[in-house]
Design a protein around this ligand. Structure first.
Ligand SMILES: [Zn+2]
Length: 265
């Protein structure tokens, strides 16, 4: 039997039988790990209110010699990030980020820079001083870079004209080519979107320099709208899976925006 003590973010939990939970953890030292939390459903004493989605924990995992799932022996809160779970839109964004990590990561491969990024955006989401949309752009841009899918905004993928030399205000995104096309080489159909050069510059800033500074990028409303549309197409394309939580996020965002427009009218 070996034990491991590490910081971890709780990505998801599912009920297992009448008493237990299976938790998927993003651990700092071992990457993604699933573990069984015995009696977690029945006994509040064992894990009192700590196994909540997006919480940052310190966990002790025990693993036998066989192929069995590690057992969660102890879990204590480093930060509950409880304000995320009190807000439906914050919960929807955090669920989407957690699912992207869950879908992309392999078990047992440490991803310390991605752990720091996730911890940072969850803390900011919980604090509530940065707009949620800006955090989602920051997370997805940096996730793409760390996962090796950084979009190429330098030039048109077909004719190689540099972004600054393209004589139009907008270009066309092309996830299948990993970047953008000039309006002569590409047209906005089949998942390809029109995106302004101004938006691309703001997206590039979020992926440059330190996190604190990048989180202070002030997006224009156009950049928020175009940036989210672009990333929510580009990221699922490159991880090769469509996150269920993205559908939920879009539906919630749609109903909230609909209500705002109704109130303003
Ligand atoms: Zn071109």
């Amino acid at each position: 039997m070996t034990t491991l003590s590490t910081s971890a973010i709780l990505l998801r939990r599912i009920e297992f039988g009448d008493y237990d939970l299976i938790v998927s953890l993003f651990t700092l030292t071992q990457g993604k790990t699933s573990a069984i939390a015995k009696s977690a459903k029945k006994s509040v004493k064992r894990f009192p209110g700590v196994l909540e989605p997006f919480s940052r924990l310190n966990v002790v995992l025990a693993k036998g010699r066989g192929k069995g799932m590690p057992v969660l022996q102890e879990a204590s809160l480093e930060d509950p990030f409880f304000r995320i779970r009190e807000d439906i839109i914050k919960t929807a964004y955090a669920s989407y980020w957690a699912e992207l990590i869950y879908l992309w990561m392999a078990e047992g491969e440490p991803q310390a820079p991605l752990y720091r990024l996730t911890s940072h955006v969850l803390a900011e989401l919980n604090r509530g001083e940065t707009p949620v949309e800006a955090l989602s752009i920051l997370f997805q841009m940096r996730f793409l870079s760390l996962a090796g899918f950084r979009p190429n905004f330098d030039h048109c993928h077909a004719c190689k004209t540099c972004l600054d030399q393209i004589r139009h205000a907008s270009v066309v995104s092309d996830p299948s080519k990993g970047g953008i096309a000039c309006p002569t080489c590409g047209s906005p159909t089949n998942g390809r979107l029109t995106i302004s050069k101004g938006t691309l510059k703001q997206l590039i800033w979020t992926d440059t320099g330190d996190l604190e500074r990048a989180a202070r990028v002030r997006f224009t409303p156009t950049a928020i709208s175009e940036g989210l549309k672009f990333l929510e197409t580009f990221v699922p394309f490159h991880i090769g899976k469509s996150p269920k939580s993205l559908k939920v996020l879009r539906a919630i965002r749609h109903s909230i925006n609909g209500r705002k427009n109704h109130d303003a009218a």
